[in-house]
Write a protein that binds this ligand. Structure first.
Ligand code: TMP
Ligand code: ASP
Length: 248
């Protein structure tokens, strides 16, 4: 499948059209950003690691019937995906208090929540992706009521599945963010998990040591992001053979 023209460039990825109207190529860049791109750096090899990790997680989800946009990985940095109309919401699931939840509600980081918490943030960089209510989602028609129900279900099933997968390699899934899209192939009638699932979009702590192995390493300047992501990839036996030439 060949790239045709650039469709969209975001902070961490670029999308290209292909010969097929329903299929798009997603290219993973090495840029790392945090705090709405106020902090920025190029981290060599990050795009390759996230391409492999996101492929791995999404393929596993596809296999258990949680539909994602992934069709197949094409090469070190690119994957073929279903074209979607992205619902303008970031769906966050939390198992343990951390990040903005701890800050907003004063819950000590590391506190296990009584049950998984699903939150929606409006995808809007100018507004800094504000937390929104279900009522706001309905009022502004960002998603229909049926879609909202489906999004909750997708988010919680994804959480169950990924939490188990992570615990198998001694990682704790503290929280994560997914984006959900309406698949063009099904005229928008089917929801798919889109974007990426990687240590950029999850908080992953080593279960024993509580060491952070995700983008917080970069956000909080707590060490090497490429070492942390390489550690996650190696626990799943995912390191591309020539990874030494891409990850320094
Ligand atoms: P938060 O605690 O900063 O709200 O983040 C919750 C989860 O969402 C965490 O796993 C990191 C992820 N996340 C993103 O993927 N993109 C973002 O822009 C933000 C703010 C968080
Ligand atoms: N993805 C956001 C940014 O690039 C924020 C974050 O992940 O912390 O700025």
């Amino acid at each position: 499948m060949k790239k045709k023209k650039k469709l969209y460039e975001g902070k961490a990825k670029v999308l290209y059209t292909t010969e097929k109207a329903n299929q798009v190529i997603q290219h993973f860049k090495d840029e790392a950003t945090a705090f709405n791109a106020k902090k920025k750096e190029v981290i060599e090899g990050k795009g390759v690691l996230n391409n492999f990790l996101s492929e791995f997680f999404m393929e596993k989800l596809n296999n258990v019937g949680i539909a994602t946009h992934l069709i197949k990985r094409l090469n070190m940095r690119e994957q073929l995906i279903e074209k979607c109309e992205i619902i303008p919401l970031e769906v966050v699931v939390r198992n343990i208090a951390a990040g903005s939840l701890s800050k907003r509600l004063g819950i000590e980081e590391g506190t296990r929540l009584p049950r998984p918490l699903v939150e929606f943030y409006f995808k809007n960089d100018e507004l800094n992706d504000p937390l929104v209510t279900e009522n706001q989602i309905a009022t502004f028609e960002w998603a229909s009521e049926a879609e909202l129900g489906e999004m909750f279900e997708l988010a919680l099933r994804t959480n169950d599945f990924l939490s188990g997968l992570m615990s198998g390699v001694n990682l704790t899934l503290v929280d994560f963010k997914i984006e959900i899209g309406r698949a063009l192939r099904y005229s928008g009638d089917k929801l798919l998990i889109a974007d990426e699932i990687s240590p950029d979009t999850c908080r992953l702590w080593d279960t024993t040591t509580k060491e952070r192995l995700d983008k917080d390493v970069f956000r909080l300047e707590q060490g090497s992001l490429s070492e942390a992501y390489t550690e996650v990839a190696s626990r799943f036996d995912l390191l591309p053979r020539n990874v030494k030439s891409v990850v320094k």
